[in-house]
Design a protein around this ligand. Sequence first.
Ligand SMILES: [Zn+2]
Length: 181
Amino acid sequence: MPGKFNLIATLGSGPGGLVLSGHTDTVPYDDQRWTSDPFTLTERDNRWYGLGTCDMKGFFALAIEAAREFAGLPMKEPLILLATADEESSMNGARALAEAGKPKARYAVIGEPTSLKPVRMHKGIMMERLKFEGQSGHSSNPALGRNALEGMHEALSELLTLRGQWQEQYRNPNFEVQVPT
Ligand SMILES: [Zn+2]
């Protein structure tokens, strides 16, 4: 996406290593529901308020502080801070990284808010955007056109079948939602 960037900051070098990963975007905000400026970090009642403080800019502050301790020290494997773009919407940032095969590491900690409970797996999710282009025709001979709705119908049927297969194949009672979605 033009004007959108991922950031990869590496301390040390070589293969392996640990990624501390987060996203830089937030969900859109509703001005009416904020009692302070969402773009100004505000301390109140022993908490910090601001757009995305918890999900998940606060994590970067912690990750940078943690990484600072290792600056200038010899590292066996790299420590990598990763900030991705567009996580809350298209996941284009993560897609670009996956396509580029970066960064490679042995472990990753993702700083999403989980009420400080370690979560070490994900139920699995797939999001796709499908675009169908039809071609105008006439009801007297539909074969001269191409019906985008029919194409969409076929694709949705396939997707629902695939979802059903995966949800039979993968089930984990540890999750509130026990199947991939
Ligand atoms: Zn998040």
